[in-house]
Design a protein around this ligand. Structure first.
Ligand code: GLN
Length: 441
């Protein structure tokens, strides 16, 4: 743990300057005592992990990589994190990310851009960029990211590690700062399917503090070793035939498809919504929800405040000065699509489209067991490039956001490249996703 802490100290772009040194060393000493006394130890006893800085961990900073919350400390601990603590895991760092989860490159942060683990001139991906890089570099054994529209899967792909977005509701969101509540998911990143399985099992379960959670059975190791019951895999033709996809990514993807066929699994081409429909539906809903969720951040209850004689003016100045450009773009966009005169045309239409997308998935999963896709249409951009064109950045999320709208379990499998394969199954079928990942290994 000491070694990992000192590596993190040298790589500040992965952190929000919030190493949990004292807490980590104190907990590590307790583990040593337990072992010395021959006491039984927890499943994750002594395992160092990182936490994307959008989670509450009592008494420590919870900045969301934002200026507004840079001095804010958590008053309580998130359910998912508490379960990891109870299993003995040791949190060592709060990790750098796009502010409030807003972004795909981990450049929308006051702590400096996260650098890609494979090529430091490229972005680490986002929004859980710090988490993915820490895992890739072995600074943490696993990290807990948050995935609203791809924020675990995309940086996992960019940095060549595993990253899971479980079925929506499998893990409690209590204590995760809300971005878009209808798609927000707690998601682990790690270097093996086995680590993902263990951490997922520890964090899952119903929580009375999050009414969208449900009870799920733990996934047994033996149950995911044999993929004989996976008969048919589907993929979206239009993702692969799109003009936006890099040739190398397309070739790699088609090579994986051939490998699957060679193993006797049937492969089926599926029709799906065009990328621009997926991206616009997702961003309409995500912006609407974040405008609502972030309205609580006005400098009165949480975070820094810029005082003014007039209370309303204080809210306005605090929010104008302390939110990033990207976050303000989303708040303004969200309030616009929710406002009278626009909501019928834009917001309600997006809700209807989301239903159609979900119905499409239900239909597909009657015909195939797994849907396979690349994680991203292109490789990670150079640091600085995606800030120039927000729309291009939104469009780069084309392959991840649909599965978020469908609330499906979906996992990035590293491919030794700068993007990965994304494996998706029907709702509540997280086990099948892990099983297929073991098969593809
Ligand atoms: N890039 C997407 C967005 O900015 C996804 C982010 C996320 O999953 N938190 O909305």
């Amino acid at each position: 743990i000491q070694e990992k802490l000192s590596l993190l100290k040298k790589n500040t772009h992965n952190t929000v300057n919030a190493l949990l040194t004292e807490l980590a060393l104190e907990r590590a000493a307790k583990v040593d005592t337990k072992i010395a006394n021959g006491e039984t130890i927890g499943l994750l006893e002594g395992i160092p992990f990182g936490i994307k800085d959008v989670y509450m961990l009592q008494g420590t900073y919870a900045t969301a990589s934002s200026d507004l919350l840079k001095n804010y400390k958590s008053a309580y601990t998130a359910t998912a994190i508490q379960k990891l603590l109870d299993a003995g895991a040791i949190p060592i760092v709060k990790e750098n990310c796009d502010s409030f989860g807003h972004g795909s490159s981990s450049e929308n942060t006051i702590f400096g851009a996260v650098k890609n683990a494979i090529n430091p001139e490229l972005v680490g991906g986002g929004s859980s960029g710090g988490s993915a890089v820490n895992v890739a570099k072995d600074y943490t054994v696993f990290s807990i990211g948050g995935d609203t529209g791809g924020s675990v899967r995309q940086p996992a792909g960019y940095n060549n590690v595993y990253g899971l977005k479980p079925t929506y509701g499998r893990i409690s969101r209590y204590g995760l700062m809300a971005y878009a509540s209808s798609t927000d998911c707690v998601g682990p990143l790690a270097k093996s399917v086995e680590d993902i399985r263990i951490v997922l099992n520890v964090m899952s379960g119903k929580d009375i503090k999050d009414q969208t959670t449900y009870n799920s059975e733990g996934i047994e190791k033996e149950n995911i070793l044999n993929a004989a019951d996976i008969k048919t895999v589907g993929y979206f033709k239009n993702f692969i035939e799109s003009e936006a996809i890099d040739t190398q990514i397309k070739d790699d993807f088609l090579a994986s498809i051939e490998k699957i066929k060679a193993n006797g699994i049937k492969v089926k081409e599926l029709d799906f919504f065009k990328s621009d429909i997926l991206v616009s539906t997702y961003y309409t809903l995500a912006m609407a929800e974040t405008a609502s969720n972030l309205s609580r951040l006005d400098g009165t209850n949480y975070g820094d405040r810029i005082d003014n004689k007039d209370l309303k003016e204080s809210y306005a100045v605090t929010r104008s000065e302390k939110f990033s450009e990207e976050t303000k773009r989303r708040i303004v966009g969200g309030n616009q699509v929710l406002s009278q005169g626009f909501s019928d045309e834009i917001y309600l239409k997006s809700l209807a489209l989301r239903d159609l997308i979900s119905e499409n998935f239900e239909k597909d999963f009657k015909e195939v067991d797994i849907i396979l896709s690349p994680v991203t249409p292109s490789t990670p951009p150079k640091i600085g490039d995606s800030l120039k064109d927000p729309l291009a950045m939104y469009l780069s999320d084309a392959y991840t956001v649909g599965f978020s709208l469908g609330q499906l379990p979906t996992l990035t499998i590293p491919q030794g490249t700068e993007t990965g394969l994304q494996v998706t199954a029907a709702k509540n079928n997280d086990e099948l996703v892990l099983k297929f990942a073991n098969f593809l290994k």
